[in-house]
Design a protein around this ligand. Structure first.
Ligand code: C2E
Ligand code: MG
Ligand code: MG
Length: 735
């Protein structure tokens, strides 16, 4: 542009140049040379005119370009300013106006520094000075004075050659700055945080770890990166546990919890772990970030604190606090399950004497030894505690049968009868036990504690080394059972046990073809004791096997005699309780051998079993039943109609007789539901190839109804009560 005036000539200038050349020609004064000169002059003039035209066109397009660039400058997407070297604004574009938020007229002439944040103003002034004193482009980043917090600008500036003005370009870098700061912060946290961080990709491969991870696990970054995330997996948790983690991650992207991990050196540690998921734009997980810390020590100290608060340090048993907590829980559980619960209070007899004479050390030893002895008597589910001093408590929850209470109490009393060896001293210490039952004696914690305590004092008053129930009736029953148990042990040897026989009559003919053997106990003081009373005790004590075998031997002899003298097909049935089936010392083979010795076929005996045994479904039971069948013995299903009365399993086992329970028979009336049911049972049994025996037939009416219903056999007081063998023989001869 500057050269434009130098190169483009006006017409006047051209004419002036031509006149100069003509004057030069006149000086030559030669015609020939004048013509040649004139010609050259004309050519030159034409050239000059052409040149002039080209220059004019160039001037026009330069003008257009200038306008074009001015527009570009104005509409440029970044803010441009021209600043004078005193810092005032000479020129700006639209973006500049927008940046400063003012019209151009209000910007021009103002100091640019005015728009810079106060604390960045010195920086800007220094920068402006650099622009005019240094060659080339200068750059700086400053914070702009604006309502927006931390509004960062990047400024590029270059001065003109004369050093009067400079062109300034500005870009808003606030977002970039923020990201940069956040990244910096994240990186600092990542490196400095005490929690171990593991980042994995969507293939569950480790892609980054932090120094804390290395510190915790022993794996360096080089060792961990590229490994599967299961790198730390220990064997302490099963697949179901990991599946639940994945389920949570897939559903919520998060998981938090405690996990046992393994360090590089193989050591296992408990970690508190939280996993979160980073999702890509398509909503698919791209990263998982796991943060964990070792809580093994923390858990150990928590456990120590918990133990100190709840455990008696001397015996390791729950202390009073934990005992009360457990008792409340047990009460709640029993309440929900409608079950009974027993609370026992145990107090060592004359413990104080030992403490006083042998010293506290020995007293402590005694308490420890007592703990061991008592613990060996209880069930796994029971809670033995030491609330204090020489007092122990036992919570027995989920009681299905009350007999287990006495069994445990007896066992504990017995365990205490052995002498205690305390250094050189041998001493005897017994225990008094008080028992209270929930909900029978009390339906709350306080009440139960009180009743158990009272029962314990009752035991002490009765002479120590015994147990006592809170309820007198329970106490009476317990004493009875205790008494029976002791006496039953000698009953067989003392010949107090004998067998009664009750006829089983073939209804169609009225003939006695069978008998049921029913055991009796003739007690020297208490008189005749029925099996309902002593069989459960015999089962509990295991004496049932011995009694059962004895009954079998009696029956075998009896049946041999009756077969010989009365009826060749005579059969006697023997009751066999489930306890005998489950007891391995019950030797069936001996039974079969015994029959062989007496030259008797298996069919002379029928074994009566109950439904419960079949429902049990165990292998031992089915094997034993099969063995009976193989030996030719028959099987009767006793008390049918009182239990599950399911005919379906009758097919599964080989049953020969169905004995309809006497409760059922006693309700038989013409047209009653029981009658209809009875008929149905009989028909069904016949279809399945079984014969039916009705128990407890007491009246002619019942007999008539049973006959009508097609019942095969009858047993009951109508025909005869169970009688001695001698009396039974009379019955046989009467017919
Ligand atoms: P069970 O096998 O159902 O025996 C029938 C019971 O009904 C017998 O009672 C019998 O005396 C009684 N009874 C018979 N006819 C009538 C009647 O017309 N009316 C009434 N009201 N009762 C009648 P028992 O002898 O007291 O036997 C009770 C239970 O003891 C037996 O029930 C049986 O389960 C068991 N038992 C008896 N002896 C033995 C044995 O040697 N071993 C085993 N394991 N259990 C036995
Ligand atoms: Mg029976
Ligand atoms: Mg029966």
């Amino acid at each position: 542009m500057k050269n434009r005036n130098d190169t483009i000539c006006t017409k006047a200038e051209l004419r002036h140049r031509a006149e100069l050349q003509l004057a030069e020609i006149a000086e030559h004064k030669s015609t020939q040379s004048q013509d040649r000169l004139l010609h050259e002059l004309q050519v030159h003039q034409i050239e000059l005119e052409m040149q002039n035209e080209a220059l004019r066109e160039a001037a026009v397009s330069a003008e257009q370009a200038l306008e074009h660039y001015a527009e570009l400058f104005d509409f440029a997407p970044i803010a441009y300013f021209t600043l004078v070297n005193d810092g005032s604004i000479q020129q700006t574009n639209f973006n500049g106006e927008q940046l400063l938020g003012l019209e151009r007229s209000k910007i021009i002439g103002r100091q640019f520094a005015h728009f810079v944040a106060d604390d960045h103003r010195p920086l800007f002034n220094r920068f402006l000075k650099d622009v005019f004193t240094h060659d080339g482009k200068q750059r700086c980043e400053i914070i702009f004075a604006s309502s927006e917090k931390n509004h960062w600008l990047a400024i590029d500036a270059i001065a003109d050659s004369k050093g009067v003005t400079c062109l300034v370009a500005m870009v808003d870098i606030s977002t970039h700055k923020r990201n940069e700061q956040e990244l910096q912060l994240a990186a600092t946290v990542y490196l400095a945080i005490e929690e171990a961080i593991m980042v994995s990709d969507n293939n569950n491969q480790v892609i980054a770890i932090n120094p804390a991870f290395t510190k915790l696990t022993g794996y360096s970054s080089a060792e961990a990166v590229g490994q599967p995330t299961s790198l730390l997996k220990s064997s302490r948790q099963d697949e179901a546990f990991f599946q639940s983690i994945w389920q949570s991650l897939n559903q919520t992207g998060q998981w938090q919890g405690e996990i046992w991990n393994r360090r590089k050196n193989g050591e296992e540690f408990l970690a508190r772990l939280s996993i979160s998921t980073v999702y890509g734009q398509d909503g698919q997980p791209i990263r998982r970030v796991g943060m964990s810390s070792d809580i093994t020590e923390q858990r150990k100290s928590e456990e120590i604190i918990r133990r100190q608060a709840n455990i008696d340090p001397l015996t390791g048993l729950p202390n009073r606090r934990l005992f009360l907590d457990r008792l409340q829980r047990a009460i709640n559980k029993s309440h929900r399950g409608h079950q009974k619960l027993a609370l026992m209070f145990l107090d060592l007899d004359h413990f104080k004497d030992i403490n006083d004479t042998l010293g506290h050390d020995m007293g402590d030893r005694l308490l420890q030894e007592t703990t061991q002895r008592l613990s060996s008597c209880i069930r796994e589910t029971d809670t033995l505690a030491r609330p204090g001093g020489d007092e122990f408590t036992l919570i027995m929850g989920e009681l299905n049968e009350l007999n287990s209470i006495e069994r445990v109490a007896q066992a504990m009393l017995k365990a205490m009868t052995k002498p205690f060896q305390l250094k050189n001293e041998r001493c005897y210490v017994s225990v008094s036990i008080g028992i209270a039952l929930y909900p029978d004696d009390a339906d709350n914690l306080e009440g139960l504690l009180k009743k158990a305590d009272q029962a314990m004092y009752a035991a002490k008053n009765l002479g120590r080394s015994r147990f006592c129930y809170f309820t007198p009736a329970m106490q009476q029953a317990a004493e009875n059972r205790l008494w029976l148990t002791n006496d039953l042990r000698h009953a067989l040897a003392d010949r107090q046990i004998w067998v009664a026989y009750q006829p089983i009559v073939e209804l169609a003919t009225g003939e006695i073809r069978k008998a049921e053997a029913l055991v009796r106990w003739q007690h020297p003081i208490r008189g005749l004791i029925n099996p309902d009373e002593f069989i459960p005790i015999a089962e509990e004590t295991g004496l049932i096997t011995e009694i059962g075998t004895w009954v079998f031997h009696q029956v075998a002899e009896q049946v041999s005699s009756w077969r010989m003298h009365h009826h060749a097909q005579f059969q006697i049935s023997i009751n066999k309780s489930p306890a005998q089936f489950h007891n391995n010392s019950d030797k069936m083979l001996d039974w079969f051998e015994h029959l062989k010795r007496l030259d008797l076929p298996g069919g002379c005996i029928a074994v009566e079993i109950t439904e419960g045994l079949l429902l049990d479904g165990s292998r031992t039971v089915s094997d034993k039943l099969l063995a009976f069948k193989d030996a030719g013995m028959q099987t009767s299903l006793d008390d049918f109609g009182t239990g599950y009365s399911s005919l379906s399993y009758l097919k599964k086992y080989h049953i020969d007789f169905l004995k309809i329970d006497r409760d059922f028979v006693s309700n038989l009336r013409t047209g009653s539901t029981d009658m209809a049911l009875c008929e149905a049972i009989i028909q069904m049994a016949h279809v399945l190839g079984m014969k039916v025996i009705a128990e407890g037939v007491e009246t002619e009416e019942q007999l008539a109804l049973l006959l009508k219903a097609g019942c095969d056999y009858g047993q009951g007081y109508l025909f005869s009560k169970p009688v001695t063998a001698k009396e039974f023989e009379k019955l046989l001869t009467q017919i």
